[in-house]
Design a protein around this ligand. Sequence first.
Ligand code: ZN
Ligand code: FE
Length: 756
Amino acid sequence: MTEARSIHVRGIVQGVGFRPLVFRLAHANSLAGWVLNESGGVDIHIEGDEPDLDAFLRELTLQPPAAARIADIDIQPSEVSGLREFTIRESRRNGHPSVRISPDLPVCEECLRELFNPADSRYLYPYINCTNCGPRYSIVERLPYDRSNTTMKDWALDALCATQYRNPIDRRFHAQPAACPACGPGYFLEFDGEAVNRDAASINATIRLLAEGRIVAVKGIGGYHLTCDAQNMEAVRALRERKYRKEKPFALMVKDLATAHRVVELSTEAEALLTSTARPIVLAPAKVALPGVAPQNAEFGVMLPYAPLHYLLFAAGAPGILVATSANRSSEPIAYKDDDARERLAGIADAFLIGERPIARRVDDSVARAGPFGPVILRRSRGYAPGAVTILPSKRPILAVGADLKNTITLVVDDQAFVSQHIGDLEHYESLESFRSTIQDLVFMYEVDWDDLLIVHDAHPQYASTSHALELPSARALAVQHHRAHIASVLAERQAWDKCVVGVSFDGTGFGDDGTIWGGEFFTGSLAGGLKRVLHLRSASLPGGDAAARNPVQCAAGFLCQLHTSVDFTEPPFYFDNRYGRSVEFLRKNVRSFETTSMGRLFDVVAALLGFTREITFEGQAAMWLEQIAQRASNRDAYRFPINGEELDFRPLLDGVIDDCLRDRSKTEIARAFHTTIAQSLSCAATTLCEANGLDTVVLSGGVFQNELLLETVKSLLNGKPICIWTNSAVPPNDGGISLGQAALGAIALRGECHA
Ligand code: ZN
Ligand code: FE
């Protein structure tokens, strides 16, 4: 007996070969009907015998296309209309779009085989792609995802590409960026504004330059990389000088997995991350010396090739380990437009390898590592963005604008939370522009009505993101406290709206309820019921305003002045410079100082005591240094770090560190004992709070939890206790995750109003 089903599929289901798969499965199971893309996903109608319908549905859910992510499938019985065959119908537009835009994908195995097959018509063609691979988010200008809405719109398909594009069973059926050497964009190498070589010749010329130790700007998927031979010390040094980048590690792109294994220590989990379709930069312990690549750092950030162009460069003989760092000066956003790159990178790059396909928006490389609780994303960008990370209980659209450091934004449409690519630190004019345009971009693509929008921002009145949020034409705005947003980001990932937890947010900075700077906070409660601050680090004064966050010694002055000690910290073994004296003076006169409970700053203080007395050149540098020296020791002792009322008292802890320094204990051991102390007090306080409130789950989020040693130690201390630990996995534990937490708290606020 013939039956019919009407099926609606949501998720990443457009531009990933979903309709051809449906077409093939329908034919294989002798079903009639149709499939089409619409604004919210894919609609399917099938008719046939019940066992065939069941087989179709089973195969569809068990083996979706490689790049597809099915969020949910709704299956309803339907009227039999007596169709004779199965067809792919025209796309339909209905309502505002809520379909997920696929992140950019690395070139697939099949395309790679064609790329290196001399008989193939796309032999050595750097823009080869198919429905299983290639650019997506970085080329789409508006929805739905059709070629005319991408940066490929100016290239008309030739006969070969058109035939494949229109054939439902071809791998390039509706592959929007489809192109071949005869009809598509090309590559050229440019010196001083002049294109000197094209296509294959430009690849070979690039390789000669890299071999000579030159710096070449290479246009990739979401922006330009600055590349040079990582084993050429002079080249690496020149790149640092020209880029004004003193110490922040450079990312590496290695030829293949075997080279990756030679360069870094890769666990099974790290290898899985490295080869995943997001192709992030993976942080792992260094196995070789590459001077200048990551000064005073025991780790390298390594990625594999992901664009066909990268494979072409390595196959043609590029050095097997390349520095491939975001093309920018200092910490500006990455250059992605050709003219902008020429202008901003003049004086940095010796030459430019430029592809003609425009990039619609900048999408940096993502950064991840295999952590003790599973993969951690430290920068969520290319390969992940703008994927929906979770479902939030809100039918109304929400825009959350994040924090001022490591900014991302989150847009909630039809209960899906889309998190943007990494935007960066908004103190730079260029980043602020990028922040504004990303907001416009996402709101435009999803056709959200500004009047419907709830805007959520940080409670910090001086954040650039806050002032911009308040200027936007929205129905209303909601302020959210920074560390509650950190905890909420984890709860949102788990869709835990009502679950009561202990939330621990150890962080650098964030504006607190009382107007001071928080960052060492314990909360109890839930998303729905609110998170109550129950315990925090003892407060200290930071002299000299924001500069204290960049100067461990300055920061130390504020904490050390609370100790009863006669030690002169400008003397050995401490050697604090005259910045210390000035800071003490500021504190004495009580000018330009503010109160903080920041755990990140406590790490800075201990780093300063152990010898990190210079200014940091990138966020978190002193804490990273401290973690890495601690990794080298294995002692298990800890300092005293008692709880007095609602505060964790750092004074006995610092006294202990200073005593150990004075009696010349090894710095690695002191650093290790400090980590153990923080982990122990966290575990102890969390356990007590769980017991007192009848809870079983501890949530950890905030920048300090990028510290792997701290996480490992907490994990081993709580091992065997009836307590679950929840950390971030879809968004970063640093401020890159704030916008998701804000969106979740916004959704809860709206839900509360509906119930009222
Ligand atoms: Zn492919
Ligand atoms: Fe934070």
